[in-house]
Ligand binder design. Structure first.
Ligand code: AMP
Length: 493
């Protein structure tokens, strides 16, 4: 069914909570198949829906979008046969609230004066509601409830004549985090917001005329298609890839880079290299720092799989305590976070993890996980480990306490639901039922990233979820103080 056009007020809740993966390829045989592979490698960035828009050799665009996992949506030969062409862009979506509807599945596509344009966006805009209100007043008819659609309308109304100038015009009006890939019949375009909050990398296979370029959220997507990593797209950079090669522009001037530190802690795949730093090694180093900061006598270090594994390895090595897989993960269930209700989320933890009793019984156990958000996972895991006969359970977390919500593209609940926003560490230990609980310090986390500590004047990363230091204005929220009074007061807004 065709979506209804909308002039309704913005569903502001729907703009939040999006975590996504993007992929684009220019000038390769069977670009859509490569894109499907790339999206498969980026599945951890979004499991709700996926889409691919391919440019056929005749210059027409073909799209397929679906709800579910990449393999299920693009595993069908008939679907792939409809996406022939040498260039394509794709998107994985993860939205835990708002509408789960096909009309929100990217890449978004629209026909403009200059031809068709497909856009895939990872990140979250913080002034999308404000822009949407203004655009709707001007007569723009929105077809989805994702914040990303404002890009399309801003491009449409721009008075510039060529597509790149129109895109720059649009980008200058948006606030927030974005890594974009866009495709029109003349070029593949990649763009990163001026602070470079979300990742975007450039890859290449072959050289010369037969050479193909790839843009992807993470290097793991380059690896799966056999592309060589060239470099990260820089904060505030726009790259235009066409048959003449690659051009780079920096239309926003210079600003301090604020890459999302949570990508290192949890979100990126451990085999990815982000901003020149391997995620896996960073996680191990964070574990080492954590062990130095919060040593406790114990018999075994057990990760909460999978996200806690590298940090637990680093912790065990530093502490000289054996590392064991004392919790086994069932890989055939989705992330517990996806489950919408608290009741199902509790069940989800049980479905996902089980205790490996011989590694736990009679032992003093150090459990290592990457983060505590609501506390649901930790509580269940601690209980499970005790039931499996642990003598003591010490929880160690490889990130500082998550005290603030993310408005730049990582799914976090509102502050009221963040355990660390409402309790100190001792209370949290009691709530999750652990004998002790410790988080890595902010400085320890920065040391693991090769810095002396956190430099408040120029942190170099976005760590707002741990500090409340929001580097990009929260314009839509500021207009609605009732939605987050504590947050706005804490930030003097
Ligand atoms: P919670 O149970 O609410 O405390 O969530 C913490 C667990 O969820 C940890 O095991 C994390 O690995 C995982 N987690 C943290 N942040 C996210 C996120 N943004 N999306 C999905 N899972 C997450």
């Amino acid at each position: 069914m065709q979506p209804l056009l909308s002039t309704q007020p913005w569903d502001e809740d729907d703009g939040f909570h999006e975590e996504c993966g993007v992929f684009g390829v220019w000038n390769a045989t069977d670009a859509a198949a490569l894109t499907a592979l790339g999206l498969h490698a980026l599945q951890h960035r979004g499991q709700e829906a996926s889409g691919i828009v391919a440019l056929s050799e005749k210059g027409s665009f073909n799209a397929h979008r679906g709800l579910g996992l990449v393999g299920d949506i693009f595993g069908d030969a008939k679907v792939m046969a409809g996406l022939k062409g040498r260039s394509a862009v794709g998107h994985n979506r993860y939205a835990t609230t708002g509408e789960t509807a096909l009309r929100n599945v990217q890449p978004l596509f629209a026909d403009f004066e200059f031809g068709g344009l497909a856009v895939a966006h990872n990140g979250n805009l913080t002034n999308a509601a404000q822009l949407k209100r203004a655009l709707v007043r001007r007569g723009c008819l929105f077809q989805s409830t994702t914040d990303s659609e404002v890009f399309v309308h801003l491009i449409a109304i721009s008075l510039y004549s060529n597509v790149v100038d129109r895109l720059i015009d649009a980008l200058k009006q948006v606030q927030g985090a974005y890594s974009l890939v866009a495709l029109h019949d003349g070029a593949l375009i990649g763009a990163r917001d001026p602070l470079g909050v979300r990742p975007l990398v450039l890859g290449r296979f072959g050289v010369g005329e037969g050479g193909a370029y790839v843009l992807a959220s993470e290097t793991c997507a380059l690896d799966i298609v056999g592309a060589e990593f060239v470099r990260d797209i820089e904060p505030g950079e726009i790259v235009i890839i066409d048959n003449d090669g690659l051009r780079s522009m920096k239309p926003f001037g210079r600003s301090q880079s604020r890459f999302c530190i949570f990508e290192y802690i949890y979100f990126a795949r451990p085999d990815s290299v982000v901003e020149g730093t391997p995620v896996y090694e960073t996680r191990k180093r964070i574990g080492g720092e954590l062990a130095r900061e919060s040593h406790v006598a114990a018999d075994v270090v057990v990760p909460v799989p999978d996200s806690g594994v590298p940090a637990a390895m680093g912790y065990a090595a530093e502490a000289g305590i054996p590392f064991e897989l004392g919790i086994i993960r069932n890989h055939y269930v989705g992330r517990t976070f996806i489950e919408p209700t608290d009741q199902i989320r509790h069940l989800g933890v049980k479905l996902k993890h089980s205790a490996n009793r011989p590694m736990i019984e009679g032992r003093r156990v150090i459990l290592v996980d990457d983060s505590i958000v609501r506390g649901t996972t930790s509580k269940k895991i601690v209980e499970m480990v005790r039931q499996a006969g642990a003598k003591e359970v010490h929880m160690r977390i490889s990130s500082p306490p998550t005290t603030h919500s993310c408005f730049y593209g990582i799914d976090t609940p509102e502050r009221e639901k963040l355990l660390a926003a409402n309790h100190d560490v001792e209370e949290m230990a009691r709530i999750i039922g652990a004998d002790s609980l410790a988080f890595i310090s902010l400085d320890g986390m920065y040391r693991a990233l090769g810095r002396p500590g956190r430099d408040a004047a120029n942190p170099g990363y976005c760590d707002a979820c741990f500090t409340g230091d929001y580097a990009i204005p929260l314009t839509d929220l500021t207009g609605h103080p009732e939605r987050a009074p504590a947050l706005l007061a804490a930030n003097g807004q």
